[in-house]
Design a protein around this ligand. Structure first.
Ligand code: FES
Length: 178
C-alpha cells in the first residue's frame, strides 16, 4: 500500500491504500473509527521513508472524517512519529527515568557533538539523526537507544563510536527478520 508524498505536495493515493484504510476502519463501530488512526499513521509512515508530512496527515484526517488538528495532536504527542524527513540511521535515545540516571544525556551530547548536530537534527550527509524518545521498556539495560528495529544497550561513548563506524561501513541491520 502506498500513499506517497512527492515534491510539490502532490499526493498519490493508491486503491490498495484506500482499501487498507477501509479495512482498518471496519474494525471499529460507526462513530469510533478514529480508533484506527494510530495504525494508519504507522503504516503510512513506514511507506513514506519514515516520516509524515502535513499533506499526508491532512489526507488521513480526510479519510477518517476527523479534523486535521486531531491528527496533528497525535503525531506530535508520540515520539515514534516523525514530522520531518529522517536519516537512514536514526539514534532514538531513551531519555526517561532509568536512562537519565544512567547518563543518557551525556551520551546524547557526546553523540551530537561527534556528528555535528543537535537533538532532532540530521547530519548534512543524511546518514544520521539523533532524537530523544520516551521509555522504550528496556530500563534494566540503561542507557539505551533504538536504531531501526533493534535496541543497543548499556551504551558508553566507546560503544557509540563503534556503532557509528559500523553504520558508516554499512554493517548495521535495521530491519528484524523475525
Ligand atoms: S527508562 Fe530507558 S528504557 Fe525505560
Amino acid at each position: 500500500m502506498t500513499l506517497r508524498v512527492k515534491t510539490g505536495n502532490q499526493l498519490n493515493v493508491t486503491e490498495r491504500f484506500l482499501a487498507r484504510v477501509a479495512e482498518l476502519k471496519s474494525r471499529f463501530p460507526e462513530g469510533k473509527q478514529k480508533s484506527a488512526l494510530l495504525t494508519i499513521l504507522h503504516e503510512l509512515q513506514n511507506d513514506n521513508n519514515d516520516w509524515l508530512s502535513i499533506e499526508a496527515m491532512d489526507k488521513v484526517a480526510e479519510l477518517l472524517n476527523i479534523k486535521p488538528i486531531e491528527v496533528y495532536e497525535v503525531v506530535s504527542f508520540y515520539t515514534m512519529y516523525n514530522q520531518q524527513p529522517v536519516a537512514k540511521y536514526m539514534f532514538e535515545f531513551c531519555h526517561t527515568g532509568c536512562c537519565m540516571t544512567r547518563g543518557v544525556e551525556d551520551l546524547m551530547d557526546y553523540t551530537c557533538q561527534k556528528l555535528g548536530v543537535k537533538p532532532g537534527e540530521t547530519t548534512s550527509d543524511g546518514l544520521f539523526s539523533v532524537k530523544g524518545v520516551e521509555c522504550l521498556g528496556a530500563c534494566g539495560y540503561a542507557p539505551m537507544l533504538q536504531l531501526g528495529d533493534f535496541y543497543h544497550e548499556f551504551l558508553t561513548p566507546e560503544k557509540m563510536d563503534a556503532l557509528i563506524e559500523d553504520c558508516r561501513a554499512g554493517k548495521v541491520e535495521l530491519i528484524s527478520q523475525v
